[in-house]
Design a protein around this ligand. Sequence first.
Ligand code: TXA
Ligand code: MG
Length: 341
Amino acid sequence: MDETITLKVDPDEPDPELIERAAQVIRDGGLVAFPTETVYGLGADAMNERAVRRIFEAKGRPADNPLIVHVADREMLSTVAAQISSRAERLIQHFWPGPLTLVLKRGPEVALSVSAGLETVAVRMPRSKVALQLLESAGRPIAAPSANASGRLSPTSAQHVLEDLGGKIDIVLDAGPANIGIESTVLDLTSDPPVILRPGWITKEALSEIAGPVDRTRSEDRLRSSPGTRHRHYSPLARLVLAEGATGSDLQRICQELLTQGPVGFVGHTDIVIDDPGFRKVILENSPEQYARSIYGAMRFLDECEPVAIVVEGIADRGQGEAVMDRLRRAASWREPGQHR
Ligand code: TXA
Ligand code: MG
């Protein structure tokens, strides 16, 4: 494939003809990147093994990392998942369409590589109009991981998708920036009590109100139950230095020390001032909403200067802030073997 076609669509009233054009590509076994309320996804027909394999190729994704299947309605869900418990019913009623992914027993028609050999399948019904209309128009479930190159930051705009996957996919539907900005909560309903495999916008407290007690995965279990989480995740190219509970003068000192080695990026809610041409900053409001919506884009922007490090000021690890901090901690702790910067 030589060129990726960008189709601009209105997030609230997408042009049905453009949606149908993208849906036809899905039915023909092609790859379409599309916006959801969380991040942009890279979609293919979930029942077409060859199409699904193309997702793994385009992203450079390890074959043992399963994909999320997106559905438009209950009928589509019944073609993907084998059993829907009453607990699943309640969660679906309450949170769908929305940023909650449920791990359920897989149905027999789902392409094998979607589940990476597991007996389960991860499913969600997105809230984004563009995503829902694409699903309806395609008339089949769509497997879609985040539309970034494997290991890189999830894309919150069509531009991010093109940076990573331009020329490797058929179409990107561009509906502007993603609303929430971080990936969905992943809840495993095949264990009792259910287990949060990936924290997200929907918190443990909100889930417990509807589903009763839920556990948070311990890191060693996470490796076993959700193979994808052992891989590198959510990382900028530069080393990420996460400053938790640091004061303005701490932040200033950390950045200044790093500046002796080369350019430095900073993203935080404390506006520190450093007069150095190698210093670039993005200042955000101190809220989970703003951090979620802007953090990936900010890190991509700061990466452009090839800094020795990006220093990120943390936020409170509460409520939705927990999902933001989960992403930042994982990006901060991951090192390429032998990686220096
Ligand atoms: O918000 C989102 O969830 C976005 C949008 C596009 O929907 N998608 C997304 O997909 O973040 P991805 O592939 O980047 O992350 C999917 C996560 C991975 O950690 C994967 O290991 C886990 O879900 N997962 C998928 N299927 C699973 C399964 N059957 N059992 C356990 N974990 C699973
Ligand atoms: Mg991803």
